[in-house]
Write a protein that binds this ligand. Structure first.
Ligand SMILES: [Zn+2]
Length: 269
């Protein structure tokens, strides 16, 4: 399966437009540290898909040679988008794709329902078709805009894509996910925060990482290191010390045999 990492940042990206924290300032000073919103390009048996439609989606498609259009003027190899959740950072890119003639969106039913306003906006522009994705529930956390909707298992999912399991947001690590991880040749998982207090310490939230729906790296790295396949963290928040390549936390992960995903990384599976 052909796979390219299109982005590795949590909501806002690195740098975030309205933030001057050390991580964002560092990325402004050193463009090599910039990270686009977390996303993947995958070539499945029935076509090419992007996993999550981020605010960076047009540039992300340009960055991947086999997603570029051609040979005709309006021929794109992109068949559709697979969603892990309904968060705006993972879905507003759908609006950016309105120039398409047709697009398939795969998600859970609850995510599809939440995105009904997007479907209505896009209706005059392109033909959207919806399908179910092969998902494992990992959090019942709703997006803030859907706070009035009931909590449900399908709000946040891990995706099983051939030999890969992709879980950019992981509020829990249930047995079903563990089983999928053990069968996978590669797992790319939630590395939003290094430790549980990081969101409170840095002032971005009154909640801990876990309360925000993200198990911190400190809580998952030992368990992750015991999995048989290749293991990577993605979806780094700009407060995560790992956004600085000189941070000592990189050595901690290297010793455990765990990688930090990078924008543009090609993974052979
Ligand atoms: Zn920042």
């Amino acid at each position: 399966m052909r796979l390219q990492v299109l982005g590795t940042a949590a909501g806002g990206g690195v740098p975030q437009w309205n933030c001057a924290c050390p991580g964002c300032s560092g990325a402004r000073a050193h463009p090599g540290r910039r990270r686009r919103h977390a996303s993947l390009a995958v070539q499945l048996d029935d076509g090419a898909y992007v996993v999550n439609a981020t605010p960076d989606i047009a540039e992300q498609i340009e960055s991947c040679a086999w997603l570029r259009p051609g040979p005709g003027p309006r021929e794109s190899p992109l068949k559709g988008v697979i969603l892990t959740d309904a968060e705006l950072d993972h879905t507003i890119g759908l609006l950016r794709l309105r120039e398409a003639d047709a697009l398939e969106v795969r998600s859970t039913p609850v995510v599809r329902h939440a995105l009904h306003p997007f479907a209505e906006l896009l209706r005059p522009y392109l033909q959207l078709t919806w399908a179910d994705a092969a998902t494992i529930p990992v959090s019942g956390k709703r997006p803030r805009y859907a706070a009035g909707s009931p909590e449900a298992a399908g709000w946040v999912s891990a995706l099983r894509l051939g030999l890969l399991v992709y879980a950019p947001a992981m509020g829990v690590w249930p047995d079903e996910l563990d089983e999928a991880f053990r069968q996978a040749a590669c797992v790319i998982v939630d590395g939003t925060f290094w430790d549980d207090e990081e969101p409170r310490r840095t002032g971005i939230s009154a909640r801990t990482a876990t309360q925000m729906g993200h198990l911190p790296i400190e809580a998952t790295m030992e368990r992750l290191s015991k999995l048989p396949g290749r293991r990577l963290y993605t979806h780094l928040n700009n407060t995560n010390p790992l956004v600085d390549p000189a941070a000592e936390q990189h050595e901690v992960l290297a010793e455990l045999g765990i990688e930090v995903a990078a924008d543009g990384m090609v993974i052979d599976l």
